[in-house]
Design a protein around this ligand. Structure first.
Ligand code: 9MG
Length: 271
C-alpha cells in the first residue's frame, strides 16, 4: 500500500462530533441523504466507507446494542445494494460485528481494540480484517486530563498487547491494522507528539490507519468550528502520509484524494 487509501466517514448517529445528525431527520436515519453522501465518496474514489452507529465523540453516552444494530444494518444494506465499495463497520459490540459480517462488511473498525466482552471471539469468527485503535479511558471521560509518561511507547505497547491477544484467539497478524487513536484520551500535545512520531507506529509493521479529520487538536491551534476544519485536516493528512499512514479516515474524501494525488506525484518525481 504505497499510495494511502481513503476511508470516508458515514456516521449514522444523531450526535456525532463533527457532522452531528447530518443524516438524520425527525430522529430517524435518512437513507436518501446517506446514499447521496456515499455516492459522492464512492465517485471520488474512497476505498472504504466507515459506517458507525454509536457516537465516540468525547462525552458520548453508550447506545443500546439494538439501537446500534438497527442504525448500521439499514445503512449497510442500503450502501451495499447501490455501490461497489468496501464497507468498514465502526463498532465495538460483538453482536453488531457478527451481524455486520453477515451483511457483507469487509473490515471491522473498533475504537476499543476488541476490549468489550466477547469482541475478540466475535471478530475471530468473522474472519475479517480488524482495525485496533488505542484509547485511554472511555468516550464519556477520556478527555478529562489524559496522562502518559511517553505517549508513543504506551500506544505502541498497547497495540502490540492487543495483537498478541488477537493472535492467541486465532486472528493472525496479517489481518490487523493499527491506529494510534488521535483524540481518544489525548491532549493536543499528545496528539501532535504521536503525529510527529508516527513512523514509530508504522515501524510495528502493520498498516496504519489515522483519523485526524476535523479533530479538536485543530481547534487547539486555530479557532475553527468543526465545519471549518477541512484545510487544517488536509494539512494533518499530508503530515500523516509523510509519517507512513496507509489509510486516512476522513470526512472530506474529494479534497483528501486530491492531497493524496499530489503527494503521490511528488513521491514518484525524479530528482
Ligand atoms: C470511529 N472513529 C472516530 N475516530 C476514529 C479514529 O481516529 N480512528 C478510528 N479507527 N476510528 C475512529
Amino acid at each position: 500500500m504505497s499510495r494511502p487509501l481513503v476511508m470516508g466517514i458515514l456516521n449514522v448517529t444523531p450526535d456525532s462530533f463533527s457532522d452531528g445528525g447530518a443524516l438524520f431527520s425527525a430522529s430517524s436515519l435518512n437513507l436518501d441523504a446517506l446514499c447521496r453522501v456515499a455516492e459522492t465518496m464512492v465517485v471520488a474514489g474512497a476505498s472504504f466507507l466507515d459506517i458507525g452507529g454509536e457516537s465516540t465523540r468525547p462525552g458520548a453516552l453508550a447506545v443500546s446494542e439494538q439501537e446500534e444494530m438497527d442504525r448500521v444494518l439499514g445503512a449497510i444494506t442500503c450502501v451495499k445494494s447501490r455501490f461497489d465499495v468496501e464497507i468498514s463497520l465502526d463498532s465495538s459490540s460483538p453482536n453488531v460485528m457478527l451481524a455486520g459480517a453477515a451483511a457483507g462488511v469487509g473490515l471491522i473498525n473498533d475504537v476499543r481494540a476488541l476490549g468489550r466482552d466477547g469482541a475478540v471471539e466475535a471478530a475471530a469468527k468473522t474472519g475479517l480484517p480488524i482495525c485496533l485503535m488505542h484509547m485511554q479511558g472511555d468516550p464519556l471521560t477520556m478527555q478529562q486530563g489524559p496522562k502518559y509518561v511517553d505517549v508513543v511507547s504506551e500506544v505502541t505497547e498497547f497495540l502490540e498487547q492487543r495483537a498478541a491477544i488477537c493472535s492467541a484467539a486465532g486472528i493472525p497478524r496479517e489481518r490487523l491494522i493499527f491506529d494510534p487513536g488521535f483524540g481518544f484520551g489525548k491532549s493536543p500535545e499528545h496528539n501532535f507528539s504521536l503525529l510527529k512520531r508516527l513512523p514509530e507506529v508504522a515501524a510495528l509493521g502493520q498498516p496504519v490507519l489515522v483519523g485526524l479529520s476535523r479533530k479538536s487538536m485543530i481547534a487547539s491551534v486555530i479557532d475553527r468550528d468543526t465545519t471549518q476544519r477541512m484545510p487544517a485536516s488536509l494539512a494533518l493528512a499530508v503530515l500523516a502520509m509523510t509519517g507512513g499512514a496507509h489509510i486516512l479516515r476522513v470526512h472530506d474524501v474529494v479534497e483528501t484524494l486530491d492531497a493524496v494525488a499530489m503527494m503521490t506525484a511528488f513521491a514518484e518525481a525524479s530528482l
